[in-house]
Design a protein. Structure first.
Length: 262
C-alpha cells in the first residue's frame, strides 16, 4: 500500500517585500552632479535688490558706466591703436565719471581745483621713466606722459568753462593764473612738436582770462594785483598780452570814474 505524502509546513513565513523609502534610495553619480550644478533660486531679498540696482543704473552715473563698458568691449573686440581724438574723448569721459563718484563740490572751490591741477601735473612726472641712459625728455618718454598731458589740458579747459558758465569772473581769472603757473612747470621736451599740448594750454587759459575780463570790473586794488600777476605770466608766454591790454583799459576806465566821483 503506497504511502500518502503530506505537504510540509514552513516553520517561518517569509513576509512580502516592503516598498523602498524614497529618502533612503541611493542616487547615481550623474544625479548628484546635476543637482549640484543646477542654479539655485535666488531669495526674494536679492531679487528686490537687483530691481533697485537696475533702477539706480538709470541715473547719470549708470549711463556713463554703460557707455564706458561699451567702449571697453569694443576696444577688446578690435584691439587697434587709438587716435588722439578718441584718446581725448576717453579721458574726458573718465574725468566726468570720476567727478560723479566724488561728493558734489562747488566748482568755485579753488582749493579743490588747485589740488586737481597739482595731481595732474604729478601724474605727468610719475609717468616719465627716469632709469634711462639717454635723455628723459625724448620721444619715448613723451609717449609715456602723453595721456597725462591730455588729462591736464582737459582739466584746464573743462574747469575754466564751468567757471565762465557760472559767471564767477574773479574765480575764473584766479583759476587761469593758477593753471598758468602749473603749465609753466610742465616738462619741456627735446622735440619742438611735442610741446604743442603745453602751448594749447597757454592759449586756452589766455582765452578764458580774456573772456572773464570782458565781463569783470575789478576794484582798483584787485586790478593792480591782477595786472602784476599777468605781467609775471608774460615771462612764460606772450599769449597773455591781450589780457594785459584789456585789464589796462578797464583800469583806465575805472580810474577815470573814480576821479569824476571825487
Amino acid at each position: 500500500m503506497a504511502a500518502v505524502c503530506q505537504p510540509r509546513r514552513a516553520l517561518v513565513e517569509i513576509p512580502e517585500p516592503q516598498p523602498k523609502i524614497a529618502a533612503r534610495m541611493r542616487r547615481s553619480y550623474l544625479e548628484v552632479l546635476s543637482a549640484r550644478l543646477a542654479p539655485s533660486p535666488l531669495p526674494r531679498s536679492r531679487t528686490t535688490n537687483t530691481k533697485r540696482a537696475q533702477s539706480l543704473d538709470l541715473s547719470l552715473d549708470g549711463m556713463w558706466r554703460g557707455r564706458l563698458e561699451e567702449r571697453c568691449e569694443k576696444m577688446d573686440e578690435h584691439p587697434t591703436q587709438l587716435s588722439k581724438q578718441q584718446l581725448v574723448q576717453l579721458i574726458r569721459s573718465l574725468i566726468l565719471v570720476e567727478q560723479n563718484h566724488e561728493p558734489k563740490i562747488m566748482a568755485s572751490d579753488l582749493k579743490y581745483l588747485q589740488e586737481d591741477l597739482q595731481l595732474k601735473k604729478a601724474n605727468v612726472y610719475r609717468s616719465i621713466p627716469y632709469s634711462r641712459f639717454g635723455s628723459n625728455r625724448d620721444a619715448h618718454c613723451y609717449r609715456k606722459a602723453y595721456p597725462h598731458l591730455v588729462a591736464f589740458k582737459v582739466s584746464c579747459q573743462e574747469w575754466g568753462q564751468v567757471l565762465l558758465r557760472n559767471k564767477v569772473w574773479d574765480d575764473a581769472l584766479e583759476h587761469s593764473l593758477m593753471a598758468w603757473r602749473y603749465t609753466s612747470e610742465l616738462p619741456q621736451w627735446d622735440t619742438a612738436d611735442h610741446n604743442a599740448l603745453t602751448e594749447q594750454c597757454y592759449c586756452i587759459l589766455a582765452a578764458h582770462s580774456l573772456a572773464a575780463l570782458q565781463h569783470y570790473r575789478p576794484e582798483p586794488s584787485r586790478g593792480r594785483e591782477l595786472l602784476r600777476r599777468l605781467k609775471m605770466a608774460q615771462l612764460h608766454r606772450q599769449s597773455i598780452v591781450p589780457c594785459i591790454q584789456e585789464l589796462q583799459r578797464i583800469m583806465g576806465c575805472t580810474e577815470d570814474l573814480s576821479m569824476d566821483t571825487k
